[in-house]
Write a protein that binds this ligand. Structure first.
Ligand SMILES: *Cc1c(COP(=O)(O)O)cnc(C)c1O
Length: 356
């Protein structure tokens, strides 16, 4: 039976990528050693490192005035790296509170400054607040958004032009659509949702935001990371290597525009089905529904455990909703084939017929 993995992260990798890793695992590029065992200062790894950076630049059309940095510490590390590096003139930033990951970013920010403006959700996290409603004052060092709320299933679809730098956590939707770098000055993402294994964190940053920050620890210091071409200390070499394979796979399929088309198709299939029944429900406003993470409930929640156990009998895994919201969540990142979504819908239909 074909199995499908709907994990929110770490999540499914493209099958051809896992096969390629397997084939190169014991001897990378004829060296007789795995990539994990090679020096990060050696020719073979440097080539992988540079190739990965170039793929990021090509796939996202990153302009020349932006730097591509590889860090560690996950997106959570960036929750503090951002204020450490970017707070300056006003020592005050604005955060859009769109859900649980936004809240975590705010919590870390408050370690560094009590000075904050928060745009709260007015509808209990059923939609992404539009920029015309943010109402931030003009004297902020930056505004932070969570581009895709992985737990709540809310995505931002606006590219606002602001007078202040706009910073986005794109951990769970990067490489699933193009990014307008006229709107966003800094984007960051952990690799483990949409482009690789855990351990690598990508930062794409407008050079104008890279300034001397003598008080920021070196491994969180954008200027020092940049000056050392993301090799200030040992980079997560295996994660960078796998990311290069995933990005190469995206490129071979036609790039981010293909991922965007697929994401559109897969998410529409699932939402349309959920909306067509009285058995399942997704309560996010249709203009903010995430194309990556689809949370849903069964109205009769006493069936939850039965749903999960019958799903796994049918080869459908990791559908349990986040512990804080319950219900179910199907994460349908780039590497989830459309067949996986179709099999899920067909299972959901059968389940409804049986218990509805
Ligand atoms: C998973 C996730 C994070 C946390 O990422 P880590 O790499 O585990 O720190 C942050 N933000 C969003 C939107 C996420 O989906």
């Amino acid at each position: 039976m074909q199995k499908y993995n709907f994990s929110a992260g770490p999540s499914v990798l493209p099958k051809p990528v896992v096969e390629k890793i397997k084939s190169e695992l014991t001897s990378y590029n004829g060296t007789g050693y795995s990539i994990m065992e090679l020096s990060h200062r050696g020719h073979d790894y440097i080539e992988v490192h540079n190739k990965t950076k170039q793929l990021v630049r090509d796939l996202l059309d990153v302009p020349e005035n932006f730097e591509i940095l590889f860090l560690q510490g996950g997106a959570t590390g960036q929750f503090s790296a951002v204020p450490l590096n970017i707070l300056s003139l006003y020592c005050k930033a604005g955060y859009v509170d769109s859900g649980q990951w936004a809240k975590k970013a705010i919590k870390e920010y408050l370690i560094y400054s009590d000075n904050i403006e928060i745009k709260e959700s007015l509808d209990n996290y059923k939609s992404f607040p539009p920029s015309k409603d943010w109402g931030f004052s003009k004297n902020l060092d930056y505004i932070h958004v969570t581009h895709n709320e992985t737990i709540n299933g809310i995505e931002m679809f606006e590219d606002p032009r602001l007078s202040m730098p706009l910073i986005a956590d794109m951990s769970s939707n990067i490489f699933s659509r193009s990014i307008d770098f006229n709107s966003f000055d800094l984007v960051y993402a952990g690799a483990q949702k949409n482009f690789g294994p855990a351990g690598l964190t990508l930062v794409i940053i407008n050079k104008k935001l890279i300034t001397d920050r003598p008080k920021a620890s070196s491994i969180m210091n954008y200027k020092k990371i940049c000056e050392n071409d993301s090799m200030l200390n040992t980079p997560p070499t295996f994660s960078v290597y796998v990311a290069s394979l995933v990005l190469g796979w995206i490129k071979s399929l036609g790039g981010v525009s293909t991922m965007e088309k697929n994401a559109q198709e897969k998410s529409a299939l699932l939402y349309d089905y959920i909306d067509s029944t009285n058995f399942y429900k997704n309560s996010i406003e249709s203009n903010s529904r995430s194309r990556m993470n689809v949370p849903f409930n069964i109205l009769n929640d006493s069936l939850n455990n039965t749903f999960l156990s019958e799903a796994s009998d049918n080869g459908l895994f990791e559908l349990k909703g986040h512990r804080s919201v319950g219900g179910f969540r199907a994460s349908i990142y780039n590497a989830m084939p459309v067949e996986g979504v179709k099999v899920l819908i067909s299972f959901m239909k059968d389940f409804e017929r049986k218990y509805g």
